[in-house]
Design a protein around this ligand. Structure first.
Ligand code: NAD
Length: 290
């Protein structure tokens, strides 16, 4: 049996934020993040408050623009235009999901790429794929950072990314490719998930289905990063991976909660600081400075 070690995302994110706070002090000005929230989605309210708390702890100001669920696309576009122009605003984030009458792609596409701290603007996604400096989506960046923490050189590793969303799966697949992994990208139409998983040295699961990855799917010694967040009927929060089973096989694993989640927020703050410095985030720099 392999001795599994837990990748403590909560602690790693705490240390990361402490270092970032020192960087902010040297900036000479206070970075500012504008967060646009439409409607009162309960989970979004919690996420936004968590982001604000973390931002304030490193010295970043946060302005929350809370809008009614009926807010029109035109008025939000107008606000984005004003924030793009505002000299004291470094980062703009639209809290997702949005109400159905709004088009997230259009709204994200209206954010100035250098202020797109969620890394979702097509300009940033394109640059990231080309290996050029870009704002990189926070959750993939968090996964990469946690992986690098235990495996600085991933060259030649077989990596399975489960999920192909624009937010997590797709950008993460690209980042792992740039780390010289051999990447397999699985999704809802993939037929032989278990076989693919058993060949993987690294498994990242970003689906949102509890129990999707079980112990039998994990090769001895593989590294498992669980991105999924699922609220069970009894109120527990679990990931996509059966944690106790995975513990029998994996060399390293991220817990849920306390793994990718806190690191994702830390990466958002990193992107805000990069924006305030007038430089796009670059994950290679991030890893070198660890
Ligand atoms: P999404 O719904 O946009 O995408 C889910 C992906 O899973 C899709 O690409 C789909 O093809 C794939 N999928 C669905 N069923 C599958 C199956 N049976 N086998 C293989 N693939 C399958 O979700 P998302 O935004 O990418 O988020 C995924 C999960 O990660 C959610 O639980 C979300 O809450 C969580 N999440 C966590 C963080 C964090 O900070 N920890 C951040 C973002 C998302």
């Amino acid at each position: 049996m392999v001795e599994t070690k837990i990748i403590d995302g909560k602690q790693i994110a705490k240390e990361f934020r402490e270092n970032l706070a020192k960087k902010v002090q040297k900036l000479g000005s206070t970075p500012k993040l504008a967060v646009l929230v439409v409607g009162e989605h309960p989970a979004s309210q919690i996420y936004v408050q968590n982001k604000k708390k973390a931002a304030v702890s490193v010295g970043i100001d946060v302005d929350i623009y809370q809008m009614a669920v009926s807010e029109t696309q035109e008025s939000i576009l107008k606000l984005i235009g004003e924030l793009n122009e505002a000299k004291d605003v470094d980062g703009i984030l639209i809290q997702l999901p949005l109400p159905e009458h709004l088009d997230a792609q259009i709204l994200i596409g209206a954010i100035a790429p250098q202020k797109d701290v969620d890394g979702l603007h097509p300009h940033n996604v394109g640059n990231m794929v080309c290996g050029l400096p870009a704002m990189i989506s926070c959750t993939p960046l968090a996964c990469l950072y946690l992986l690098k923490h235990v495996l600085p050189d991933m060259t030649g590793m077989n990596a399975l990314v489960i999920g192909r969303s624009a937010l997590v799966g797709k950008p993460l697949g690209q980042l792992l490719l740039q780390e010289n992994c051999t990447v397999v990208q699985a999704h809802s139409k993939t037929k032989n998930l278990a076989d693919l998983a058993r060949q993987a040295d690294i498994i990242v699961c970003a689906v949102g289905k509890p129990g999707l990855v079980n112990g039998n799917m994990i090769k001895d010694g593989a590294i498992v990063i669980d991105v999924g967040i699922n609220r069970m009927d009894d109120g527990r929060i679990v990931g996509d991976v059966l944690f106790l089973e995975a513990m029998q096989k994996a060399s390293y694993i991220t817990p849920v909660p306390g793994g990718v989640g806190p690191m994702t927020i830390a990466m958002l703050l990193w992107n805000v600081v990069k924006a305030a410095e007038g430089r796009f985030s670059d994950c290679k720099e991030l890893v070198l400075k660890k």
